[in-house]
Design a protein around this ligand. Structure first.
Ligand SMILES: C[C@@H](SC(=N)N)c1ccc(Cl)cc1
Ligand SMILES: C[C@@H](SC(=N)N)c1ccc(Cl)cc1
Length: 408
């Protein structure tokens, strides 16, 4: 051992730039013992060991070796997370989630919207007269914010609401999962319906990139930015009536639904989570097998379906009418509404009639607005919150996107 000790001593002296003594006569000779301790946490894995050797010597990783290593799951730096989502009012008009933006964190309550693909926020740049109690994001107070030079955005939603502005990147965390450089679209102006909703500080779009409005080029959604780090390329929605539910990322929590999940294909054109329902049932009447193409849309409050289905439903509600005054199907709030069943493959999701007795047309009125409305003027059927809160839904963003549905 002595020569090694000498060597180390000499090397140390050399590294300190000290003149090397011609002879090592002034180095004390001695000995020491380092006892090895077994690391009981370590389990040897052949593929990983070979993989690390290849990396050490810069050798290309053969496909079969990468697959073997991936299959061990030992090296994946993967994650999952969950965030509570709460109805913004007693009618479940929309659901918000807390989102941390910037350094130090600025927390805003955003509407997670699978029917759009912009993450935009009320901000210090928003026209002051258009801000009414919302939390705002102030990029200048974040040490990690960066302006995206030349980028602008402008979005218009189905209900004619609009917002527009410029683009920053910053750190964004949802449910413990962080996108380190997320495009945050900062509003310079918003329309009246956003101004009047003090419970929503912006939207976090979870649709497909084709729907993103940023110019000159689209920016990735939060889901795009985290999907590669997730244990599984999915997020799930568990919305509830009048109480907090949750959005999970990277994991499918089987304690949140009953029975099994039924998966259905998604058509990503033009960018919604668009699927085909297998039919519907009204109350105790026989289920009608028929294809109903629609979108799973957390950002839309109600369920919008074909005229024929909607008419058949309200034909069972005495006194119901399609009111020009109130802009949709209304009935006496005292009415008892039948359940509405929609099919997904061979599975059936039952929306309680009480969810379709949506809310008084104006506070205190005895006339109530239906949670099921006609989709004709929209041009697409929308399975909005009234439908989604009756189910547990998996938004699977794998190479073949699909939707999983289960009762709960
Ligand atoms: C896709 C939704 S908007 C959204 N979820 N961001 C929609 C489109 C068109 C109409 Cl008419 C109403 C609602
Ligand atoms: C998603 C869009 S349009 C829609 N309701 N489907 C939206 C507009 C206004 C608010 Cl306050 C929240 C959300």
């Amino acid at each position: 051992m002595a020569p090694l000790t000498h060597f180390l001593a000499a090397a140390t002296l050399a590294s300190l730039g000290a003149a090397m003594p011609t002879a090592l006569d002034n180095v004390k000779v001695g000995s020491t013992t380092l006892n090895q301790v077994r690391n009981t946490n370590y389990t040897f894995n052949g593929a990983v060991s070979v993989y690390k050797t290849y990396l050490k010597f810069g050798a290309a990783i053969p496909e079969h070796l990468q697959t073997a290593v991936d299959n061990t799951g030992l090296l994946s730096k993967r994650t999952s997370g969950s965030v509570a989502t709460s109805p913004i009012d007693s009618s479940d008009d929309a659901y918000s989630i807390p989102v941390s933006i910037g350094t130090p964190a600025q927390v805003l309550n955003l509407d997670l919207d699978t029917g759009s693909s912009d993450l935009w926020v009320f901000s210090s740049l928003t026209t002051a007269s258009e801000v009414n109690g919302q939390n705002i994001y102030t990029p200048s107070k974040s040490s990690t914010s960066k302006l995206v030079s030349g980028a602008t955005w402008k979005v218009k939603y189905g209900d004619e609401s609009t917002s527009s502005g410029v683009v920053y990147t910053d750190k964004v965390t949802v449910g413990g999962i962080t996108a380190s450089s997320q495009a945050v679209e900062v509003a310079k102006t918003v329309s009246a319906s956003f101004t009047s909703n003090s419970d929503i500080d912006g939207l976090i779009g979870m649709g497909f990139d084709s729907l993103n409005s940023a110019k000159p080029s689209a920016v990735p959604t939060f889901f795009d930015n985290i999907i590669g780090n997730l244990d599984s390329p999915v997020f799930t929605a568990d919305l509830k009536h009048n109480k907090a539910g949750s959005y999970d990322f990277g994991v499918i929590d089987s304690s949140k639904y009953t029975g099994s999940l039924t998966y259905v294909a998604v058509d990503t054109d033009p960018g919604y989570w668009k699927f085909t329902s297998s039919g519907y049932g009204i109350g105790s009447a026989a289920f009608k097998s028929t294809s109903v193409v629609g979108i799973a849309d957390t950002g839309t409050t109600l369920l919008y379906l074909d005229t024929a289905i909607v008419k058949a439903y309200y034909a069972t509600v005495s006194g119901a009418s399609n009111s020009a005054t109130y802009g949709g199907w209304v009935f006496k709030c005292s009415a008892t509404l039948p359940n509405f069943v929609f099919g997904v493959g061979s599975a059936k999701i039952t929306i309680p009639g009480s969810y379709i007795n949506y809310s008084p047309v104006t506070t205190g009125s005895s006339t109530c607005f239906g949670g099921l409305q006609d989709s004709t003027d929209i041009g697409i059927n929308i399975f909005g919150d009234v439908a989604l809160k009756a189910a547990f839904v998996v938004f699977d963003g794998s190479d073949t996107p699909r939707l999983g549905w289960a009762s709960k």
